[in-house]
Design a protein around this ligand. Structure first.
Ligand SMILES: [Fe+2]
Length: 268
């Protein structure tokens, strides 16, 4: 079978000797799915994928989403373009899990590095299962009872404040009212528990946390370096992350260089 090399002791694995531009059979897809669940994010190097290949690969894992706020590739509405340069610096700075403002947030995303700047532009990943494991018995019990509110409006507040932002995002706002998720979730494949809050979309914990101190404690806890892996991109690298168990965060240190990524997000 393929070579699987751990990225570090916490999360992530590099998979070698597989060509993702080829049609993969059921056994190969199952292998990738299980490896993803186990390591929480899987990485590949030197994968030359057309838009069709990208779509075929992603569709093997589930339905593909269209994102309410980003541009897409012509004729491929499921491929989101994440392009940043001098005129359009990246706005996302926070640790987050994608689209937790939805009732059923995505399973994961397959992100391809198309144009990678000479320096900078890494992506950080952080394990929410390892962060959960380290909580005290008391905290685990307490948090089990809590729910938190996740909101599109909260997450995209900067875009909404821009000139014309509210009009541009009016439909997305209407379609995505705030939702409630348990603070502790269980991963459907591994059964591991995770801490399910993120600074981008979680506005508050319902009920018992009026001053936000519990939520802030959780943010400080899950953002610790010991749960992280920092991935350095090359052209044609791929990161496929399990959105049910990791946080991620871009490192926006490449401005004004161009960085272009293409992403497909898969429904859970
Ligand atoms: Fe993201």
């Amino acid at each position: 079978m393929y070579k699987v090399n751990k990225a570090n002791s916490v999360l992530g694995a590099f998979i070698e000797e597989i060509d993702l531009s080829q049609h993969l059979n059921k056994k190969q897809i199952e292998f990738l799915y299980e490896t993803l669940a186990k390591y929480e994010v899987i990485f590949f190097r030197n994968q030359i994928l057309s838009h069709k290949d990208h779509r075929r690969l992603a569709s093997a894992f589930g339905e593909m989403q269209t994102h309410p706020a980003y541009p897409t590739v012509f004729n491929f509405p499921e491929i989101t373009i994440l392009e940043n340069d001098e005129e359009n610096p990246s706005k996302i700075e926070e640790w987050h899990t994608d689209m937790t403002f939805k009732k059923n947030p995505p399973l994961g995303s397959i992100l391809i590095g198309k144009i990678i700047p000479e320096t900078g532009g890494d992506t950080m990943f952080s394990s929410l299962s390892k962060a959960y494991d380290d909580l005290s018995h008391e905290w685990k019990g307490r948090l089990e009872e809590m729910n938190a509110i996740h909101s599109f409006e909260f997450g995209f507040k900067e875009s909404l404040e821009e000139e014309g932002g509210r009009e541009r995002l009016a439909d997305a706002l209407k379609e995505n009212p705030p939702v409630s998720h348990p603070v502790i979730k269980q991963h459907p494949v591994t059964g591991r528990k995770i801490i399910y809050v993120n600074r981008l979309f979680t506005s508050h914990i319902e009920g018992d946390d009026a001053d936000g101190s519990i939520l802030n404690f959780l943010f400080d806890h899950i953002h610790q370096e010991k749960y992280q892996y920092r991935f350095s991109w090359e052209n044609n690298s791929i990161a496929f992350w399990d959105n049910r168990s990791v946080l991620h965060k871009p490192v926006n240190d490449y401005w004004p260089q161009l960085r272009r990524m293409e992403r497909i997000t898969i429904e859970s």
